[in-house]
Design a protein around this ligand. Structure first.
Ligand SMILES: Cc1cc2nc3c(=O)[nH]c(=O)nc-3n(C[C@H](O)[C@H](O)[C@H](O)COP(=O)(O)OP(=O)(O)OC[C@H]3O[C@@H](n4cnc5c(N)ncnc54)[C@H](O)[C@@H]3O)c2cc1C
Length: 338
């Protein structure tokens, strides 16, 4: 590690299980970027009771781990985290700063970007350094992919969702430096997180589902949405959604699949009443078999799936649910529609 300075930083996160997968994936990607720049990779980890995980960050590719380990950093405090990271970035002056598109990252990234007076690209699906050494940050938009650059201000900041980049191979033989960050005992909080209460999720988790049924604007109303959720239920599937379904209040934000939602890779994906917009479809590139149900034979989704059903979902879905329930009931529930 003879190289001086840190050109790329990743803000890592951990929960009670360990380092968040998206943080490890970002370190893997950042390692490629930093090797190209012939520099060092810094990873920041803030919280309480962290030291066991610092070595794992080094094994994933970090050269320097900046550890802020103190009671005041638990639970996550956006103002204090921003203060600490801004101070470190101002001192280190990196080229690139990456965060996960997580609840923490989504809150922190704009706060840090505005304090550093730099640009921020949210929910990137590709990150590459061009021949001029500028980070090309690509996102799906305007019906295709667009590339955003921040040529003048530093750091170039981007957030990336879980599942966009691969998990890195861990190398237990890697060595790196662990640097303690000074954390104040007191902080003049204007807003303070007192407790983080995790919502209990119902049904099959999208992250691990073999089958996903995703509904879109074509559901038309809450009753139409209920029919789609019944289809998910009878298929023992995770229930996903597009943005209009969330905006309409039929379902929660954590069911949204796509660029600003979840990245999923089920064996079978069934898209109901959705058009196939790129911002949704980038979330399911890992699906093995895809089916779409749409009443418009010209809907773009049909060009992207393996099987298409041109039907009104308000008629077709309840009929399919009934048929599948009958099959299940006729053999005492032994048939697995999966
Ligand atoms: C920066 C940005 C990020 C975004 N991120 C995401 C994201 O992460 N995830 C996401 O989903 N979206 C995202 N969006 C929104 C995205 O661009 C689309 O607007 C959205 O995916 C469209 O949802 P939809 O297909 O349900 O609706 P629509 O595009 O309105 O399509 C509805 C479809 O339903 C069909 N339909 C209507 N009635 C019926 C019926 N009775 N039976 C069967 N079919 C019917 C129609 O033919 C149509 O094809 C993002 C947008 C932006 C700008």
């Amino acid at each position: 590690m003879a190289k001086q300075g840190v050109a790329v930083f990743v803000i890592a996160e951990q929960d009670e299980i360990g380092i968040e997968p998206v943080s490890m994936q970002l370190i893997g990607k950042a390692r490629q970027l930093v090797d190209y720049l012939d520099s060092n990779l810094g990873v920041v980890l803030l919280g309480n009771g962290l030291s066991n995980n610092a070595q794992k960050l080094i094994e994933a590719g970090a050269d320097k781990v900046y550890l802020g380990d103190a009671e005041i950093l638990m639970p996550f405090q956006s103002e204090l985290y921003t203060e600490i990271i801004v101070k470190l970035m101002t001192k280190s002056r990196p080229q690139i700063l990456l965060l996960g598109s997580t609840f923490l990252g989504r809150e922190l990234a704009p706060l840090i970007a505005s304090r550093l007076e730099t640009g921020l690209t949210a929910h990137c699906t590709q990150l590459e350094i061009n021949s001029e050494g500028i980070l090309e940050q690509s996102i799906p938009a305007y019906g295709g992919m667009i590339t955003i650059v921040c040529p003048e201000k530093r750091p170039q900041m981007a957030t990336v969702a879980n599942g966009v980049f691969a998990n890195p191979m861990l190398d237990p033989s890697r060595s790196g430096e662990i640097i303690s960050i000074e954390v104040p005992d007191n902080f003049p909080f204007r807003v303070q997180t007192l407790e983080i209460v995790k919502e209990k999720s119902e049904g099959v988790s999208l992250d691990s589902a073999n089958v996903i049924v995703a509904g879109g604007a074509g559901a038309a109303d809450q009753e139409g949405w209920l029919q789609i959720s019944e289809l998910a239920d009878v298929c023992n599937a995770g229930l996903g959604s597009t943005r209009p379904a969330v905006d309409a209040g039929w379902t929660e934000l954590d069911t949204m699949i796509g660029q600003s939602g979840k990245m999923v890779s089920p064996d079978l994906y069934i898209g109901v009443g959705l058009s196939g917009e790129l911002q949704h479809m980038v979330g399911i590139v890992g699906a093995k078999v895809m089916i779409a149900i749409n009443n418009d034979a010209k809907a773009p989704v049909f060009e992207q799936v393996d099987y298409g059903v041109v039907e009104d979902c308000r008629v077709f879905v309840p009929a399919l649910v009934e048929k599948l329930r009958n099959i299940k009931n006729s053999d005492g529930g032994g048939t697995n529609v999966n």
